[in-house]
Design a protein around this ligand. Sequence first.
Ligand code: 5GP
Ligand code: ZN
Length: 136
Amino acid sequence: MKKEDCIFCKIANGEIPSRTLYEDDQFRVILDLGPATKGHALILPKEHAADIFEISEETASGVLVLAKRMAVKMTQKLHCDGMNLVQNNGEAAGQTVPHFHLHMIPRYHNDGQKINWIPGECTQEELEAVKREITG
Ligand code: 5GP
Ligand code: ZN
């Protein structure tokens, strides 16, 4: 997809209005239009990159520093009880907008939301084989 057609490029760069919680030269933090919980926010880099594979290391490190600051502020203001950071890469992983974004999802006791996976099972041998596959 061309970045001229990218909705998050337009939002991040202010061509399409959004509920902005924070903005600087590199990032815009907005409220998600379909919030999983109250305060669900997205950190968008202003420079287009589809996913974790395309963002620069500089952007990658900036995202987590900003997420930390936003998590503190959002928790102070919203009095949430926890926070999920979620970041999807690729259709198979549930990514629907191909412009890198980090979800910040405040969590509240008994909020009824579910953001977890089904735990699997595997043997020590299987773990060892996967470790070798990745590190070998
Ligand atoms: P993904 O599934 O790609 O990880 O997440 C995309 C997120 O973007 C979804 O949570 C969806 O609600 C949100 N979203 C999609 N279009 C818009 C939009 O135009 N504005 C805002 N604020 N959020 C959007
Ligand atoms: Zn984009």
